[in-house]
Design a protein around this ligand. Sequence first.
Ligand code: HAM
Length: 426
Amino acid sequence: MAEPKFRAPKGTRDILPPESARRRALVEVFADRASRSGFGEVVSPMFEDMGVFKRVGESTDIVTKEMFDLYDKGDPPQHLALRPELTASICRAFAEHRPVPPWKVWYEGPQFRYEQPQAGRYRQFTQVGVELLGTDDPQADVDVIALGAGFFSSVGLSRVRLLINSLGDPQCRPAYMEALKSYLESRGSDLSPQSQVTLERNPLRVLDSKRRADQPIIDSAPLMVDFLSAESAEHFETVRSGLDALGIEFDISPRLVRGLDYYTRTTFEFAAESLESSQNAVGGGGRYDGLVEDLGGPPTPGIGFALGIDRILMACDSEQVFPQPPPALDVFVVDVTGGPHALSVCDALRGRGLGADRAYGGRSMKAQMKLADRSGAPFAVIIGEDEVASGEVTLRDMRGDSGQRRVPLAALAGEIRHLLSPKQER
Ligand code: HAM
C-alpha cells in the first residue's frame, strides 16, 4: 500500500469501528451509573479563555508545558486554550450560571495535553467524570469515590486499586509545605536536576517525580497526614470509615499528590494493576474547595474525578473483560434483483426499530451473502425475482438455528422480532 499523504497528528488516533462501538458502550455504562446517582450531563466548550486553566496549576506540567493554546482573530485577540481537563471548565460554568447547589454533573469528551506520546498517553484522549459542587460533607466524598469504584466493577474490572490521601486545607498546608521545602532543600544536590527546578516552583510536585534518583529522598520526606488540622483529620477519618462501611477497599497513599494544584483534603487515584505502572492511573480526583472562588464565583467547595477511557479500555484488554458489544444489525438484506427492493425492505425494517443493512452496486448473490456473513447480523433476507412475484422474501437464520423459509413481506418485521431471543431484542 502506498504511504498515505497525511496521517493523524502525533499523539492522536482514529478510533474505528468496531472499537468505537465498544468505547461508546463504555461511556454509556458510566452515563447510566452517573445518572442513577443523581448527576446530570454538562456539555461545555472544548476551548476556554486561557485564564480558566491557569488556575488549575501555574506550577504543573499541564499548564506550563502541555497547553494547546492559541490566539483568536478578535481585536484584541483572545488567548484561548483547548481544555486539558474539565474540572476548571465546570467550575467556570458554575460561577457563570450560579445553579442551586449542590450541583451534581457528569461529563464525557476529549481533552488535550501536549505530552510525549506513548502507550496509554496521548495528546488527545477521552475522559468521563463527575463533579459535585456546593458541599464539603465527607459523605459526598464517599459517594463520589463509590461511584467511580462501582463503575469499574460494573465494567468487570477486578484489578483496579483505589489509593487515597488527604492534602490538608489552607490552614494546615503552609506548615507542611515549609517542613517539606526545608527537608528537600537539605537534600537539594541529591535530587535530580529536574526536581531541583520543580522544588523552586512547588515542593509538593517533587513528590510526584518518578525519577529514580528522587525515590529514596521522597521515601523519607515528611508526610501531609502528620500535619493535618483537626478538621481535615476528622474529614479524612470520616471518608475512610464511609468507604469501609460500603466495603470499598482502598490503600492510604500518603505521597499521592496528583498533577494539578487545586486539590484540598481528599485526593484519590484508581490504579489498574494489569497495566504498566507508568500509565496505570485509570482515573483520579479529589476535593478542590477553593477553585470556584478562584474563578470568580462564590466560595463553593467541590469534589469530583475524571477517568481515562483510553486507559480503561487497555485495562479491559489486559483483564479480558468488556468485549465488543454485539453488532447493532439484526438483518442483512440480499437483493439479487438489482437493489430497489433492498431499499424499501431496509427502510421498512428500520422503521419498525430493527437494524438492517444491505449491499450496493448490484453485486452477485455470493458476494452479498459474504457481506451478510461479515455483518454479524443474525438474519439474512433474500429477495429474488421469485420472491418479488409472490410478495414474499426468504428469511435465513445465519446462526443456523431455524434454517430458511419464505415469509410474506408484510409479516417480515414481526417474524424477525419473534425469532430474536429476548436477550437480543432491543
Ligand atoms: P488527571 O489525573 O489529570 O485528573 O486525569 C484523569 C485521568 O485521565 C488519568 O487518571 C488518566 O486515566 C487520564 N489521562 C490523563 N492524561 C492522559 C493522557 N495524556 N492520555 C491518556 N489518558 C490520560 C484530571 O483531569 C482532573 N480533572 C480530575 C478531577 C476531576 N479532579 C477533580 N475532579
